[in-house]
Write a new protein. Structure first.
Length: 199
């Protein structure tokens, strides 16, 4: 089996997943897809904390718990689907890189809902955490990388080859075709950092 790794960059209710294999000097995109982790017909699911902001506190918590249960189920299904596809193609997933924001700890729910900035932060963390949990349940080791530190971490991981690695990932558009977005490039770089030592 060939080793490969996932890189994931989440948004509100959906994310980009890139599966990378090959070598550091010649990475190969094995799979890339959009994963959806919300039920579109469920009220307030796409922006659970924004919706909770409009509710009394005694209703906000059950709403968030309900959204979490649905999103966790959908995330697990999405990760299992990709994992099964990769196993069927003889790839072993050795890890998953999830792109993080600031990574600061969140306060209690009443404090979050009292600050619109914290609502945004909590929402981002909500969707990253459901995907992290799904990977862990599938026994895929997960590493989180703060996005603003990714270039610095890539320099530390790849050394003098870091610039060439970034250019190589950018150039993958020629083989994978359009669109090859910043989300996908960032996820691919993070994934390559996770599995680079095992390829």
């Amino acid at each position: 089996m060939k080793n490969a790794a996932f890189g994931i960059r989440m948004h509100s209710g959906w994310g980009v997943l890139v599966c990378i294999s090959g070598t550091v000097s010649a990475p190969e995109i094995v799979d890339r897809r959009r994963i959806v982790v919300v039920e579109p017909t469920m009220q307030g699911a796409k922006q659970p904390y924004h919706f909770a902001e409009t509710l009394p506190l005694e209703e906000a918590e059950p709403h968030l718990q309900k959204c979490a249960a649905v999103s966790e189920r959908l995330a697990l299904g999405a990760i299992r689907k990709v994992l099964e596809a990769m196993n069927g193609r003889n790839y072993r997933i050795v890890g998953c890189a999830i792109l993080l924001a600031s990574g600061r700890a969140l306060p209690a729910l009443p404090n979050i809902l009292a600050s619109h900035a914290l609502v945004h932060t909590a929402e981002g963390e909500f969707f990253r955490s459901v995907v992290r949990e799904a990977c862990q349940r599938c026994r895929i080791p997960v590493v989180g990388f703060r996005e603003r530190e990714l270039d610095e971490l890539a320099n530390a991981t790849f050394g003098k080859a870091a610039t060439a690695v970034r250019q190589c990932i950018s150039d993958l558009r020629r083989t994978v075709g359009s669109p090859w977005t910043q989300d996908e490039k960032t996820a691919a770089l993070a994934a390559l950092m996770v599995c680079g030592k095992t390829l």
